[in-house]
Design a protein around this ligand. Structure first.
Ligand code: FAD
Length: 408
């Protein structure tokens, strides 16, 4: 059977198949070769778009206002033998086949992410209402935790037709996938994740405390109760595409992905000479941040950067957070329909906070002589720290602790 991938039910487009196709993702007419396209943002979306446009023979012109790599940001602890803190994205599901296409093409090593109750952790403590539970797998925990896990899977099956949708994703059966998903959109478009949990038959048969445990411990990677007020469709998008299972980290940091694509010198390109890279097309670095996008009288789009320099392009691809178009970048109102402006206005963003500390070695694997257990474990808790993750870089090398990881 084919694997579950992010053949997302909203937009079931097999991008991974296009990428691996010998003919590439397509062609542009020769007359357009060398044509400039502006790309706002040098996060992974902007860099991948620029890379693919370059391969098509166009000339991407990337603008970046802050840090190259955007929310893929790996901060190395100075002088610490490569130990690093992932300030943004840190765990990537293997179902993300397009992302891994680029990871593999850059020959980057990956390893299992130390998620709770996985062998990469290697032990987990769940600390709830002052009570601590130590475990290596779900079966080490009191039955209540299994009841919660079973209730979640039962609720997904009963109220979202989970297996049928995953089969349609595996088969890349767009017709079946859309018909199943569209029915869910109608049902859940304006209802929250908490509504789904609280009204499900499976959780209704259990105690309120079961729901609380579900909120704190979650379903695989940690607590999800900060998502309780969000649309249930958001959660379904994650779980139906296995985004919350089988996650890996990029050894040496996720920022290597945008940086690697930026530097990679290509040969056999449609229009550009051998050795061309995004870096060489940009003289090393992207242009600075964009302050204005407007429609020029000749129909082109005019992009102004922070230095006041204006350049015109037939097309502009915006990859920064959408809401910046309503707050930070001065955009002509005529660029979008009223409906689109309203959608941009209503987009809700969550915030996240992480605190990292480096230690001289992965001491947490030492055994407590009193209990025989690891002296410290990956921890999920209802206390302020919420999630503590442990990164082991080898027995005699500095390790890293993500002391707190919270979303609000
Ligand atoms: C704390 C945290 C943890 C996360 N964990 C995970 C995870 O474990 N796994 C996962 O898959 N995803 C995770 N994510 C999400 C993931 O990091 C993002 O979805 C992804 O990196 C977004 O890439 P992007 O290119 O779309 O946007 P961004 O990375 O935000 O790139 C947009 C770029 O646009 C730039 N920009 C903004 N304004 C302008 C302007 N006016 N002009 C020019 N440039 C501009 C920004 O500086 C930025 O570099 C996490 C995100 C955060 C914040």
């Amino acid at each position: 059977m084919r694997p579950v991938t992010i053949f997302g039910p909203d937009f079931p487009f097999p991008f991974d198949e296009w990428l691996s196709h010998p003919a590439g993702i397509g062609t542009v007419p020769e007359v357009a070769h060398g044509e400039e396209v502006a790309i706002v943002g040098a996060g992974i979306a902007g860099v991948v778009a620029a890379y693919e446009l370059m391969k098509l023979g166009l000339k991407p012109v990337v603008y970046e206002a802050a840090h190259f790599g955007g929310r893929l940001r790996s901060h190395e602890f100075p002088g610490a033998d490569g130990a690093l803190a992932e300030l943004g994205g840190m765990r990537f599901p293997i179902s993300s086949s397009t992302f891994f296409h680029y990871v593999h093409s850059l020959e980057l090593a990956t390893e299992p992410f130390p998620n709770p109750l996985t062998s990469a952790a290697p032990s987990t403590v769940i600390d709830l209402e002052g009570q601590s539970y130590y475990a290596r797998t779900l079966s080490d925990l009191p039955p209540l935790f299994t009841e919660v896990a079973v209730a979640w899977l039962t609720a997904l099956e009963a109220h979202a037709g989970f297996s049928a949708i995953q089969i349609a994703i595996r088969n890349r059966d767009t017709a079946v996938l859309k018909s199943l998903w569209n029915a869910l959109v109608e049902q859940w478009d304006d209802r929250t994740f908490y509504d789904f949990v609280a009204t499900s038959k499976a959780f209704s048969a259990l105690s309120f405390f079961h729901r609380e445990v579900f909120g704190i411990v979650g379903f695989g990677t940690g607590g999800w109760d900060s998502d309780f007020p969000n649309s249930m469709l958001e959660i379904l998008r994650v779980v139906l595409t296995n985004c919350d299972t089988d996650q890996r980290l990029i050894t040496g940091g996720s920022e290597q992905v945008p940086r690697g694509l930026w530097r990679r010198a290509e040969s056999g390109l449609t229009h550009w000479s051998d050795g061309t890279s995004l870096a060489s097309l940009h003289g090393g670095a992207p242009r600075s941040g964009v302050t204005r996008i407007s429609r020029a009288t000749n129909g082109n789009l005019a992009v102004t950067d922070v230095w006041g320099a204006e350049r015109q392009y037939p097309a502009v691809l915006v990859t920064c957070q959408n809401w910046l178009l309503t707050t930070q970048i001065d955009c002509d109102e005529s660029l979008f329909s009223n409906k689109m402006w309203t959608a941009l206005d209503r987009t809700r963003y969550m915030q996240s906070s992480k605190t990292f500390v480096m230690v001289d070695r992965p001491f947490w694997k030492d055994k407590d002589p009193r209990t025989g257990r690891d002296v410290m474990s990956m921890t999920l808790t209802d206390r302020l720290t919420r999630g503590t993750y442990l990164f082991d870089n080898g027995p005699d090398r500095p390790g890293v602790i993500c002391l707190t990881y919270s979303w609000m």
